[in-house]
Design a protein around this ligand. Structure first.
Ligand code: GDP
Ligand code: MG
Length: 322
């Protein structure tokens, strides 16, 4: 590539990234109430004392960081304050931001595809969190990247679920393997893997029925699906992704726990960040589980899915302007 082309590409990337940043910032507009001006004002020309730390603690709790992560951050700020002998409260604000960035950096591990044929992604999560929507967004994204993608309609439990994914597949021209309503989900998965292998698909994404922790039979069905996948490819599933609705707040911790106890979750996608004021949940999730956050969903449209990028997310969340 000559210099002119390198410059062109770098300008394109800058514009592209700034567009993504604007979109993420816009979708976090309600969460910014907690992390934007109000938070930085807390630190303006304040005496650094116990009262200030109490105020920060109360604020972080209201911003959905949860008691565990909030305490950890406050203790770390108190420690750093002593160690560095900080005199300006604004320096404490900068340290707080760094602490949060460090938490988020640990889970910024994008999904990478190895040579498995196919690379199998199993999508799980409770009802209505946005599993199916995320699946079609991901499939579309991978397709645009030139990959051969197929979907398995593994939600045979909810009436209308098969039609929903079939219709989306037709709209975006992505093949969907399905069976009839109430049929055995594991056998749909079996069929889909064999089909994907025979026809050289690179990525297979499996939709599943939403489940609650009290629906023991559904959890058992999920285990059965994993067993069937392993029979056909002992290295799979290569990703078990949980979709989490950002509106859920602190209960997300509960949800991840329940699924993680049944099957090992390897990635998280946080959906519906647009409109929620609970964007801080992502910090609590990251700190509690160290499970990679793969994507964030910021709307109902096909392109409203972004790879999780910690510093971009943090800047958008801490944005002071509307
Ligand atoms: N605003 C918004 N809505 C979303 C997002 N993701 C999914 N939804 C909506 O949430 C509802 C449930 O989504 P669906 O994918 O069917 O959930 P599932 O039951 O987990 O498969 C639908 O109305 C989706 O359009 C998102 O990121 N933002
Ligand atoms: Mg669904």
């Amino acid at each position: 590539m000559n210099n002119k082309n390198i410059k062109k590409k770098s300008n394109f990337l800058k514009t592209f990234n700034s567009k993504i940043f604007s979109n993420i910032k816009l979708s976090l507009i309600n969460s910014q109430k907690y992390f934007g001006k109000k938070l930085s004002n807390l630190f303006q020309l304040k005496k650094i004392d116990e009262k200030l730390f109490n105020e920060i603690e109360a604020h972080l709790l209201s911003a959905d960081l949860g008691i565990y992560t909030t305490k950890k951050i406050i203790n770390s700020l108190i420690f750093l304050n002593k160690k560095k002998n900080i005199t300006c409260s604004n320096d404490l604000y900068i340290l707080l931001k760094k602490e949060i960035l460090n938490i988020l950096l640990k889970v910024q591990i994008p999904l990478t595809f190895q040579q498995q044929m196919p690379f199998i992604i199993l999508m799980v999560g409770v009802n209505g969190v946005g599993k199916t929507t995320t699946i079609i967004k991901m499939a579309y994204k991978y397709k645009l990247e030139g990959k051969k993608v197929i979907i398995a309609a593994g939600d045979t439990f909810r009436a209308g679920a098969i039609e929903q994914i079939k219709t989306l597949g037709e709209i975006y021209n992505i093949p969907v393997i399905f069976d009839y309503y109430k049929s055995d989900a594991a056998s749909v998965v079996f069929k889909a893997i064999n089909y994907a292998k025979k026809n050289d698909f690179q990525i297979l994404i499996i939709d599943t029925a939403g489940r609650l922790h009290n629906k023991i039979n559904l959890m058992e069905e999920l285990k059965k699906i994993v067993k069937v996948i392993k029979k056909l490819d002992s290295t799979a599933p290569h990703e078990i992704m949980i979709a989490i609705d950002a509106h859920t707040g602190q209960n997300t911790i509960n949800q991840v726990n329940v699924f993680n106890n049944s099957i090992n979750i390897s990635g998280i996608t946080l959906t519906k960040l647009d409109g929620t004021a609970k964007g801080g949940t992502i910090i609590a999730l990251a700190d509690k589980f160290y499970i990679p956050i793969r994507y964030i969903g910021s709307g109902k449209n096909i392109q409203d899915l972004y790879q999780f990028q910690s510093s971009m997310f943090l800047e958008a969340l801490f944005s002071k302007k509307k």
